[in-house]
Write a protein that binds this ligand. Structure first.
Ligand SMILES: *Cc1c(COP(=O)(O)O)cnc(C)c1O
Length: 424
């Protein structure tokens, strides 16, 4: 099936007489006729549902759809993008381990990795995603277990050279984990470029309607854990908490994702509600349509901004001459995403006036939604920082993060034009 068809058809195939639309299994638990059969489920010897924290048919169907869209062997849903990022690392790292990560990542992930995971004894080294393979390799240590990056970084819009990252990771015998939230599998499938694990905040384009916070992890099945068995004992040696199961032996290509479900989800429990997964699935059905429209609109808006004399700079990889134009063309030939960063002349003060003068675009913390939305990091997510600190964080005081929706592009442009005039 092609990608548009997968958005509609993957994950759920009703049998004769069953509901055509994915049912919401709003049930914590599942009934069995015999004690013995339930026991086999607990030993992972038999497939079946017994408790929604471990597996639920609605959640599983949506996870399978996302895995299919990304070209992976299996997937798992989480209750947020944050928990997907956390589990993706914690599934293969423990206290005393280390991983390497691009500096250009979502702020929440940066805090998780640099502060909270450090408290768990897992160390991280950040590397400039534009650095050479040799420079990135220099950050690796004997205890390094993974390399992490974002296809299109939120909010810096840096495009990741996935092949470069995959090569460095594989040269060191560790998997590449890519957060593909902004690109979505419609525009880029990191597994095709060498990524081993893909994570998502489904809260963004996948849900697309700002209804449900959620996340996903997809396992490509390609990483050979046994070839690097000493690095990944959690996957290649008996797990005493599951009667000595060895995940790579029992589950083969799905070893990583099975361990994530069987241990992390069992013990930490960040599951989505089946109702939220149902809503996510509705979003996924139109993902291909919406992403195309987001990209088309963003291109028009970026070109308008680029020509406007009240705008000091525009960052959007779809623009010729953008620093990431060539990388975006390679990895995302059909478009990157609907998010644009730009600066207005007059600095912080004009930026605030501009924001307050917008009528159609809504001031919200959210991005990647059907509705056009806008955020001023200096006044919102980064408001504790003064202008000096903002610069050090790569957020200029005039930076506006503009998430182009799927309304008519001319209405969005008129709204911007009016607000730019009012801000002068
Ligand atoms: C939003 C976001 C996250 C965090 O996801 P939540 O669903 O908000 O927990 C992680 N990565 C990226 C790239 C994001 O944009």
């Amino acid at each position: 099936m092609r990608i548009d068809t997968k958005c509609i058809q993957s994950g759920y195939a009703p049998k004769n007489g069953e509901a055509r639309i994915l049912p919401i299994y709003q049930s914590t638990t599942f009934k069995y006729e015999s004690t013995e059969q339930m026991g086999r489920l607990f030993d992972l010897e038999e497939d079946g549902y017994f408790y929604t924290r471990l597996a639920n048919p609605t959640n599983d169907a949506v996870a399978a759809k996302i895995a299919d869209l990304e070209g992976g062997v299996a997937g798992m849903l989480t209750s947020s993008g944050q928990s997907a990022c956390f589990y993706s690392i914690f599934n293969i790292c423990e206290a005393g381990d280390h991983f390497v990560c691009s500096t250009s990542i979502y702020g929440g992930t940066y805090n998780l990795f640099s502060v909270t995971m450090k408290k768990l004894g897992i160390d991280v080294t950040f590397v400039d995603p534009d650095a050479s393979a040799e420079e990135i390799a220099a950050a690796f240590r004997p205890n390094t277990k993974a390399l992490f990056g974002e296809t299109i970084a939120n909010p810096a819009l840096v495009v990741l050279d996935i092949e470069k990252f995959a090569k460095v990771a594989h040269d060191h015998g560790v998997p590449l984990i890519v957060d593909n939230t902004f690109a979505t599998p419609i525009n880029c499938r990191p597994i095709e470029w060498g990524a081993d694990i893909v994570v998502h905040s489904t809260t963004k384009y996948m849900d697309g309607h700002a209804t449900s916070v959620g996340g996903a992890i997809v396992d490509s099945g390609n990483f050979d854990w046994e070839a690097h068995a000493d690095k990944f004992p959690g996957l290649t040696t008996p797990d005493e908490s599951y009667h000595g199961v060895v995940y790579t032996e029992r589950f083969g290509k799905a070893a990583y994702i099975t361990k994530a479900t069987a241990t992390l989800m069992r013990d930490l429990g960040s599951i989505p509600s089946p109702h939220n997964s149902f809503l996510l699935n509705l979003g996924l059905e139109t993902l291909a349509l919406r992403v195309r429209k987001h990209c088309e609109n963003a291109q028009k808006v970026a070109e308008f901004l680029n020509k406007n004399d009240k705008v000091s700079w525009v960052s959007f990889s779809g623009l010729e001459g953008d620093k990431y134009h060539d990388l975006a063309k390679k990895y995302m030939p059909n478009g990157s995403c609907g998010v644009i960063s730009f600066g207005v002349k007059g600095g912080r003060e004009s930026a605030v006036k501009f924001m307050d003068s917008l009528k159609l675009a809504a001031i919200v913390t959210h991005v990647a939604d059907a509705r056009t939305s806008v955020l001023h990091p200096a006044s919102h997510t980064h408001r504790q920082m003064n202008d000096e600190e903002l610069k050090a964080a790569g957020v200029t005081p005039d930076l506006i993060r503009f998430s182009v929706g799927i309304e008519d592009a001319d209405d969005i442009i008129e709204d911007i034009e009016n607000a730019l005039c009012a801000a002068q």
